[in-house]
Design a protein around this ligand. Structure first.
Ligand SMILES: NC(=O)c1ccc[n+]([C@@H]2O[C@H](COP(=O)([O-])OP(=O)(O)OC[C@H]3O[C@@H](n4cnc5c(N)ncnc54)[C@H](O)[C@@H]3O)[C@@H](O)[C@H]2O)c1
Length: 258
């Protein structure tokens, strides 16, 4: 049997219990990696880890908390050996305009999406440097490049992730650390996050089909993305196939940003 594309890798995936993070965990294990799913959702994360078998484990993680990151990274090391890979997929999205948004909403979004990714990068660099080479993959959004009226906090957080990733990539390159840092930019991917929008649309009087068609219509490819499609982009950036890809941006958006 051919070796998996991630054979020998040990990955910590934030937001690994659901959506894109969960799909990445599934793809990683299928390609030979050992994976720790870090998430607030214990029950869901444990169930997925169990389904994925001996190559997966769950660690409780609140990405806003540095100590929680250190504990999750230590758990990965204890279970599977030295970390090689960090995926920052944990995130939230609660749409509201600048007039509706409270400072609390703004701060919560920044704390999880941007500060959480900052901590994931910080702990990632610390754990990966001096090792046998590694990768950090961050999850921004098309809304981190092109915004919309109902996304002041979300777009600010994801635009922040975009530039944070580049700075971390440049630092690692300058220091000669064998750590690659790259970012994916998903369009609307049909996960629990988008399902939340579908339910909100239904509550506002639209049909499920209308809301989904509305999301699909923003993409030139006229459909929603699948979690596996975002996960495959993460897999590529985490693998040695992306060995000269650094500070890069990979769109997974059906042509939206083209
Ligand atoms: N689904 C999309 O259309 C889409 C598009 C662009 C970007 N993204 C980004 O992709 C990432 C994954 O989103 P998804 O669609 O898979 O959503 P999801 O809701 O299915 O998964 C997000 C996960 O993050 C976890 N999480 C939230 N806050 C956390 C915290 N403080 N600490 C640890 N875990 C926490 C949740 O428990 C959940 O398991 C997010 O960063 C999101 O912003 C999603």
């Amino acid at each position: 049997m051919a070796a998996g594309r991630l054979e020998g890798k040990v990955a910590l995936i934030s937001g690994g219990a659901s959506g894109i993070g969960a799909a990445a965990a599934q793809r990683f294990v299928a390609e030979g990696a050992k994976v720790v799913l870090g998430d607030l959702q214990r029950e869901k994360g444990e169930a997925l880890a169990q389904k994925l078998g001996a190559s997966a484990a769950f660690a409780p993680l609140d990405v806003r908390d540095e100590a929680s990151w250190r504990a999750a990274a230590a758990e990965a090391q204890r279970r599977f050996g030295a970390l090689t890979t960090v995926v920052n997929s944990a995130g939230i999205s609660k749409p509201c305009t600048i007039e509706e948004a409270t400072l609390e909403h703004f701060r919560e979004t920044i704390a999880i999406n941007l500060e959480g990714t900052f901590l994931g990068c910080k702990i990632g660099v610390e754990a990966l440097k001096g090792g046998k080479g590694g990768a950090i993959v961050n999850v921004s959004s098309t809304l981190g490049v092109r915004s919309g009226a109902i996304f002041p906090a979300y777009s600010a957080s994801k635009g922040g992730v975009r530039m944070l990733s580049k700075s971390v990539a440049l630092h690692c390159a300058e220091q000669g650390y064998d750590i690659r840092v790259n970012t994916i930019f998903p369009g609307a991917i049909h996960t629990e996050m988008v399902e939340g929008y579908v339910v909100a649309g239904e509550q506002a009087g639209a049909t499920r089909e209308q809301v989904i068609a509305g999301f699909a219509s923003v993409h030139p490819m006229k459909r929603l993305g699948k979690p596996k499609e975002a996960a495959d982009a993460i897999l590529f950036l985490a693998s040695d196939e992306a060995s000269f890809t650094m500070g890069g941006e990979l769109y997974v958006d059906g042509g939206y940003l083209a």
